[in-house]
Design a protein around this ligand. Sequence first.
Ligand code: 4NP
Length: 172
Amino acid sequence: MSHYENSKNLIDSLRVRTPVKILFVCLGNICRSPAAEGVMRSIVEHNNDSDRFLLDSAGLYGGHAGEQPDKRMRVHAFQRGYSLIHRSRPVSVADFDKFDIIVAMDHSNYDRLKNLAPTLDDEKKIVMMTDFCTSHPHADHVPDPYYEGAEGFELVLDLLEDACSSLYESLK
Ligand code: 4NP
């Protein structure tokens, strides 16, 4: 089964369950995944739907644990109305028990999460963020903006807004 088909099956199976617990994962948990969490939180709050969702984010690299999101990510997110208040933490095996959907930002995140998943059912919880993009149909990952300029951070937010609104719509 392709990762795209798996994403669709997973979402279908979660439609009737509440709350839906979603973990967004990137490498450092200071740029892409805390931004994804912030964008998704904003969407569910604007829809008065916060009770139906538990949202969090984590990183595969623990070296930034305890840190706020990267200042550049916070500034670009704030310009679009998002306040990112998450503190970085490493992803753990226990997260596969706690969460229904684990959303990877790129293929490296995806492969490393697959290796970390304790069971085959847990592996099925892992999806690619860009599987949910509709306005960016050719996007196949959310690129790491850490060594990029302002356009890198803006692209991340464009992709996340697109993917998170479709993910939310698919879970309504
Ligand atoms: P993120 O970006 O995975 O979107 O949080 C990065 C943050 C830090 C590093 C790499 C990517 N780093 O190598 O420290």
